[in-house]
Design a protein around this ligand. Structure first.
Ligand SMILES: Cc1cc2nc3c(=O)[nH]c(=O)nc-3n(C[C@H](O)[C@H](O)[C@H](O)COP(=O)(O)OP(=O)(O)OC[C@H]3O[C@@H](n4cnc5c(N)ncnc54)[C@H](O)[C@@H]3O)c2cc1C
Length: 433
């Protein structure tokens, strides 16, 4: 007879420590079998077979597996569409309950609903917990219960709520004796999953305290290593967000505000799932984009003749990372100077960014293009040359990525700034009036 078990399904929480869903699973009456699924409906859309995100995930899956094996359990790793994997697992094991952590993206909500329904038909309970953010869904809303759509009042309400209630911690690492005893399970190779190891270096989850303390002073200068590079760790939950928020509270208010931007965008994508594809403000979807493919290609390659834009795009192509200030400049340049639909840029970032996160990427792009919930006004068009003078005055960042800058080899601007600015304002105005 099969032992009754609880499955714990890892998704964006690839850690055993301070993991809310895992903590609750380990308190359930049955031994816990941890599970990770390489979701082929996501993997099929990844063109680059050396996608650095797969290398990142794979590395942390190996660590998870080793952590469980230290406690006499193991990690079950499956490849397939989650619904099909669950259909198979509930035949193979006597599953009594499935535990996981909440995911707020439109695809994830649909996936989880389908799995909940499948499990329900088999009298298996499905439990999902908040882990990826401090406050989710309707926890920080306006007095009338409506979601905030402007960051600053949201941030104030978020801080007031945080001050009024202690945020729990979930010492899941202490409950690992409740794992299903198990011989080590096989781990399919990265090749079997259809990918190769990426050469892009993976950022460390450790950040010097001094960097966070200096964050507000250094974060705007792309030549300085002044930001945490933790984005990918937050995305895949390889670190505890709750612990980082606690540190941010102690160390740097500006850093905390950025973590709240992250929560703001998660809340927005949950309440306004249409904004994953359409402009948050529908009128902006009447803008007549020029969508010139040749210019788009130059933007992608970092050959626009605007050095900060080119440096940013080359940094992205080479490392999977781009500094936030530069993300704002390149996104504004694409949507305003080139009048290319922000969705093209969003999709390119989605392909390249190691820290790609739908909620924040769409949020950032719509902010830059002006069509987002709390966006830059349409008539404010960043001057990419002035931005370079201000934030990279010695051209250290630019020269690192665009070595030919300042020589005759460097590309001429693909569009003239004043012309492009006026054209953008006129085009936006026409759509919005
Ligand atoms: C066009 C555009 C696209 C973006 N796409 C993404 C994306 O796909 N994924 C992503 O995580 N961030 C995105 N951002 C936000 C921001 O640029 C990155 O989070 C940040 O640059 C990551 O570097 P870091 O980890 O060193 O961040 P730090 O500056 O050290 O900040 C710490 C953490 O706070 C969060 N954060 C910081 N700034 C923001 C912000 N403006 N919005 C939401 N969260 C923030 C991130 O989780 C980040 O890791 C985008 C911004 C723009 C303008």
């Amino acid at each position: 007879m099969n032992t009754d078990i609880t499955l714990f399904w890892h998704r964006r929480d690839l850690r055993t420590q301070d993991n809310a869903g895992l903590y609750h699973a380990l308190q359930s009456p049955h031994p816990v079998q941890p599970l990770f699924i390489f979701d082929t409906s996501i993997l099929e859309n990844l063109e680059d077979k050396a996608d650095a995100r797969l290398t990142f995930i794979y590395h942390y899956i190996e660590q998870l597996k080793a952590a469980y094996e230290k406690h006499g359990g193991s990690l079950l790793v499956e490849i397939g569409k989650p619904i099909e994997v669950f259909e198979k697992l509930i035949k193979k094991y006597s599953v009594k309950a499935v535990y996981t952590n909440n995911d707020y993206e439109p695809y994830a909500l649909q996936r989880d609903k389908a799995i909940h329904d499948l499990l329900h038909q088999h009298a298996i309970t499905f439990h999902s917990y908040k882990d990826h953010v401090v406050f989710e869904k309707n926890e920080v809303v306006k007095k009338d219960g409506a979601p905030y759509t402007i960051y600053t009042p949201y941030m104030r309400a978020w801080k007031a709520k945080y001050a009024e209630q202690a945020v729990a911690s979930f010492p899941s690492e202490k409950g690992l004796k409740h794992l299903l005893p198990q011989d080590p399970l096989p781990l399919p190779s990265l090749k079997k999953i259809g990918f190769e190891v990426s050469a892009i270096p993976l950022p460390s989850p450790e950040v010097p305290v001094g960097l966070i303390k200096q964050y507000d002073k250094q974060r705007d200068y792309p030549a300085v290593h002044g930001t945490s590079h933790l984005g990918v760790h937050f995305r895949f939950g390889t670190i505890s967000l709750r612990q980082k928020v606690k540190h941010a509270m102690e160390l740097n208010a500006t850093f905390l505000n950025e973590l709240i931007w992250r929560e703001f965008y998660h809340m927005i994508i949950f309440h306004f799932p249409h904004s994953a594809k359409d402009s948050f403000k529908p009128k902006y979807d009447t803008i007549v984009w020029k969508n010139d493919e040749k210019l788009f290609d130059k933007w992608c390659k970092g050959e626009t003749g605007y050095p900060l834009v080119d440096a940013g795009m080359r940094e992205l192509n080479a490392t999977g990372f781009m500094h936030n200030r530069v993300r704002m400049v390149v996104a504004s340049f694409l949507s305003k100077h080139l009048l290319i639909d922000w969705r093209w840029g969003e999709a390119y970032f989605a392909e390249k960014l190691l820290d790609y996160e739908l909620a924040s990427n769409v949020g950032g792009w719509q902010w830059a293009a002006g069509c987002g919930c709390d966006a830059a006004p349409y008539f404010r068009v960043f001057n990419p040359l002035l931005q370079a003078d201000r934030f990279d005055p010695k051209h250290i960042y630019i020269k690192k990525w665009v070595p030919e800058f300042g020589t005759s080899q460097y590309a001429k601007p693909i569009v003239e700034h004043v012309f492009a600015r006026n054209r953008a304002i006129a085009t936006y105005k026409e759509a919005l009036n």
